[in-house]
Design a protein around this ligand. Structure first.
Ligand code: ATP
Ligand code: MG
Length: 202
């Protein structure tokens, strides 16, 4: 029997928004993935020192609320459970150890692709996954196969609806008291309110 086709969308998700969710459901559909895990970074090493990041437990709760009832999407706490700084290479190794037959698809937005060369243990990541790049407004899309950087990678590009939304903008909106409706699922907005997140955040 063929192994599970498993998508991995890693992120800080501070907060999760419909851009993340549209990426996950559309990649799942186009590539016929069984599941897509939204893996919440414990300590995103790229963001350390740049700004305060919300507590991992809060960010996980937001993602759990967002994917509730959405078939094939799952919130994953594996990086939080592991603790410390989150490296994708460790996450992939853990997923491979849990199910050797699984085929892994690592989903990234076009904004992340240029920074890939800075990733830790990049060789391991390359061996472990098919890299799936999705378009993101504000970043020019270069087909993964045309990126010299990605020579030797299994790659594909999936076009998704262009949604010009970022967590950075949402934190600013929330801090200014502006509505998050239709940018963030209602279930997630409820958790933001319950936990009093992003008040006065910049
Ligand atoms: P921040 O502004 O804090 O960086 P973000 O909106 O970029 O937040 P991340 O948690 O950094 O969200 O992103 C996780 C992953 O989702 C990354 O691969 C990113 O490229 C992708 N992504 C985020 N928003 C979108 C979007 N609107 N369209 C496509 N991909 C997206
Ligand atoms: Mg980002």
């Amino acid at each position: 029997m063929a192994g599970e086709r498993l998508g991995i969308l890693g992120g800080t998700f501070d907060p999760v928004h419909v851009g993340h969710l549209a990426a996950a459901v559309n990649v799942r559909f186009e590539l016929e993935l069984d599941r897509v895990l939204l893996v919440v970074a414990n300590q995103p090493w790229q963001k350390i020192g740049t700004r305060p990041v919300s507590a991992a437990a809060d960010r996980l709760a937001l993602v759990e609320a967002a994917v509730e009832g959405c078939e094939g999407l799952e919130a994953s706490s594996m990086e939080i459970d592991r603790g410390g700084i989150s490296y994708t290479a460790d996450t992939l190794a853990e997923l491979q150890a849990a199910d050797e037959s699984a085929e892994l698809f690592l989903v990234i937005g076009a904004d992340v692709a240029p920074a890939l060369s800075t990733w830790v243990r990049l060789d391991e990541v390359r061996r472990a996954v098919t890299l799936v790049v999705v378009n993101r407004p504000g970043t020019e899309v270069v087909e993964p196969s045309e990126r010299a950087l990605l020579a030797g990678w299994r790659t594909c590009f999936v076009e998704i609806p262009a949604l010009e939304i970022s967590s950075t903008d949402l934190r600013e909106r929330a801090a200014a008291g502006r509505p998050l409706d239709f940018l963030v699922p209602p279930s997630t907005i409820r958790v933001i309110k319950e936990r009093e997140l992003y008040r006065g955040a910049r």
